[in-house]
Design a protein around this ligand. Sequence first.
Ligand SMILES: *Cc1c(COP(=O)(O)O)cnc(C)c1O
Length: 237
Amino acid sequence: MTSIAENIAAIRDRMTAAARAAGRNPQEILLCGASKMNDAQACRDAVAAGIDCLGENRVQEMTRKLEQHAYDGVSLHFIGVLQKNKVRQVVGRVDLIQSVDSLPLLDEIEKHAAALGIVQKVLLEVNVAGESSKSGFAPEAVKQTVETILARPQRSISVRGLMSIPPAAAQKGANLPYFTKMHDLFVDIKPLLMDNKEELYLSMGMSGDFEDAIAAGSTMIRVGTAIFGARSYGAPS
Ligand SMILES: *Cc1c(COP(=O)(O)O)cnc(C)c1O
């Protein structure tokens, strides 16, 4: 079995090759480890190996691993389905909430961020393939949604870009049209969000399809299995 450090090095090589092939600068693409169901030590190993950020899916698991100092020294993101009643446990504890899938959720985040006196950075999740099993804004609604948000007096959230989870790729190239659609949307809303000089993100691409995502313009890939190995669901954690 290869180590987490070796896996990350191999992914970096593949990211570089994919970026070069697309005429892009490899340094403009972040590697975010999707560390769900992996323990605190696995997270620390990924941090030691130079991962750019770690993303968690479950509030309870993240809270436990925060107590175990799993993420010390790295940027922490929330990437999973977020229930409104758990927002309090996430706002201010992560640098970026990638999975904002509705305006009511955004409002709840805003409320808690305002109470803390912080600005919470978020991405809007887009249901790019219109899958009924997934949440997220419809692609057609993204630009209007951004305009709606920007027209509000809310100042405790900052929309930093878009995130998407297309269908599990059956074969190489299968998700390229979705990634291209996401990039088009990103280009569309970028001018609206550029006013403050902070970075904007297009988060897309996972273990099975990140090269296609990079070809289409992803600036952040979220990789789990290819870093940490297969997740053993049902095992005690
Ligand atoms: C688990 C997960 C990933 C990574 O998936 P892999 O296929 O294991 O690389 C990426 N994004 C989200 C939102 C996830 O839940």
